[in-house]
Design a protein around this ligand. Structure first.
Ligand code: 13P
Length: 249
């Protein structure tokens, strides 16, 4: 059985003081949560503070990006070793906002996935189609290319440490969630592609849905066989709403 993952991507929200206040309020609200892995993805500057505060709780801490080189003259970038030292356990790779605004490619995502795995961080590889892709019936082409490119030459032995997130770009921050059936259809397609790549090991990969996940739609999404959790943006910024999503069942 796949243990669900509920991850909160805070994007460029919260100073370290605000992040600490969130964690203090959030911990008691989820102390009874069972059979769910919780991950918080604060901005780089808050990773250390969040990691210290969640210590011993089992909650994971993700970065929202990472560089694929170990070190070097890459102004503004952060390495896997720096993230590990700060207390990160996971890193988000290939988020659609990085692809759209910072021209990230599948090849860069692949290099980041490899760097994360080599450092002992669990990558959360994001993918998803834009609205014109969906309207043109190209959803499977787009996500098929993204999953193949992002996971190129990654061996089956690493499958269990990789988390995939399907985030249709038209559903991010718009209040337009994919219907549970639309999400399940793409998740099942992705599971099929993972099986072609890794055989039976694909059954252990958690595939998260992201895009306007809220306390009132999480249960219907999670009822689907191939939806193994959520990557939550806006609704992860308040301790109360994120706790409701984590404890949906
Ligand atoms: P929203 O939940 O705000 O739509 O954001 C989704 C997302 O991009 C998470 O990575």
């Amino acid at each position: 059985m796949r243990v669900p993952v509920i991850a909160g991507n805070w994007k460029m929200y919260k100073t370290a003081a605000e992040a600490a206040a969130f964690v203090r309020a959030f911990l008691p609200l989820v102390s009874g949560a069972r059979e769910v892995e919780i991950v918080l993805a604060p901005p780089y500057t808050s990773i250390g503070a969040v990691a210290r505060l969640v210590q011993g709780s089992g909650i994971g801490v993700a970065s929202q990006n990472v560089h694929f080189e170990d070190e070097g003259a890459f102004t503004g970038e952060v390495s896997t070793a720096m993230l590990k030292e700060a207390g990160a356990t996971h890193c988000i790779v290939g988020h659609s906002e990085r692809r759209q605004y910072y021209a990230e490619t599948d090849d860069a995502a692949n290099r980041k996935v490899r760097a994360a795995l080599a450092a002992g961080l669990s990558p959360i590889l994001c993918m998803g189609e834009m609205l014109p892709d969906r309207e043109a019936g190209k959803t499977f082409d787009v996500v098929g290319r993204q999953v193949a490119g992002g996971l190129k030459e990654i061996p089956a032995a690493d499958a269990a440490r990789i988390i995939v997130a399907y985030e249709p770009v038209w559903a991010i921050g718009t209040g337009k969630t994919a219907t549970p059936a639309q999400a399940q259809e793409v998740h099942a397609f992705l599971r099929g592609r993972l099986k072609e790549l890794w055989g039976g090991a694909a059954d252990s990969v958690r595939i998260l849905y992201g895009g306007s996940v809220k306390p009132d739609n999480i249960a219907a999404l999670m009822a689907n066989e191939d939806i193994d959790g959520a990557l939550v943006g806006g609704a992860s910024l308040s301790p109360e709403s994120f706790a409701k999503i984590v404890t949906f069942h």
